[in-house]
Design a protein around this ligand. Structure first.
Ligand code: TIU
Length: 230
């Protein structure tokens, strides 16, 4: 059993064999110009600070053999899995399914829908496509985790208050122990980032735990964490 002493509201313990690193929606549609995130009026540059720490955490997780699961939010080309309420919400400059510089907005199979190059999944790492904000809604994620005996989730990705929060709430209700990595989750709104993380750890960890990724890397077996070559 490994322990992350600095986690709030209290130390978080996990076993490598029963823990997965969950990387939520690190897609061009949210992190690069011309995609869904920007179409909603957001400054996509706000999310990019998550990339370097998440790449380092991914490397550390892979080195010790942690299960890594990626998710992508998006819809079938005919949008049959996109409820009208989602399609028509807000006043975006482009709607889901419209053509954009990186392909049709938030549509599976398009360039913009895929995960950014810096965090590309390795062969064998599951990529769960999801039509909603939560990664458990209308997906096989719960069964995939159960089949591998996963009980604890190290949660990363974007955005903190939307898909990360929804997924943590879904996971918490299903009995998973969620540790959210503060520097590896990002919001378009700095105040939502702070309050979103506070909401998870408040009330004695009502939804889970929060800590920076460096604390998790420090807790992993050191012999197997790769060192930069000199
Ligand atoms: N708009 C926003 O903040 N997020 C999303 O629509 N999806 C995810 O968070 N992945």
């Amino acid at each position: 059993m490994l322990t992350v002493a600095a986690a709030r509201p209290f130390p978080y313990s996990f076993d490598i064999a029963t823990t997965a690193l969950l990387v939520i929606d690190m897609q061009r549609d949210f992190l690069e110009p011309g995609g869904f995130g920007e179409s909603l009026g957001n400054d996509v540059g706000q999310l990019r600070r998550t990339i370097a720490p998440l790449a380092a955490l991914l490397a550390g997780a892979r080195a010790v053999g942690l299960t890594v699961v990626h998710t992508r939010e998006g819809h079938l080309p005919d949008l049959s899995d996109c409820p009208p309420a989602k399609l028509h919400r807000g006043a975006p400059s482009k709607r889901i399914g419209d053509p954009g510089p990186k392909g049709r907005i938030l549509v599976r199979g398009e360039y913009g829908h895929d995960i950014i190059d810096e965090l590309a999944p390795l062969p064998g790492e599951p990529v769960v496509d999801k039509p909603g904000k939560g990664a458990f809604y209308a997906t096989g994620l719960d069964a995939l985790l159960a089949q591998r005996g996963i009980r604890s989730l190290l949660v990363t990705g974007v955005t903190t208050e939307v898909c990360v929060h929804t997924t943590v709430r879904e996971a918490n209700d299903r009995g998973y122990e969620c540790l959210v990595l503060a520097d590896c989750v990002g919001s378009y709104f700095p105040e939502f980032q702070r309050v979103g993380l506070d909401m998870i750890a408040a009330q004695g960890g009502i939804l889970g735990w929060v800590v920076d990724s460096t604390e998790v890397l420090a807790a992993l077996p050191s012999a197997t964490v790769s060192q930069p070559s000199s």
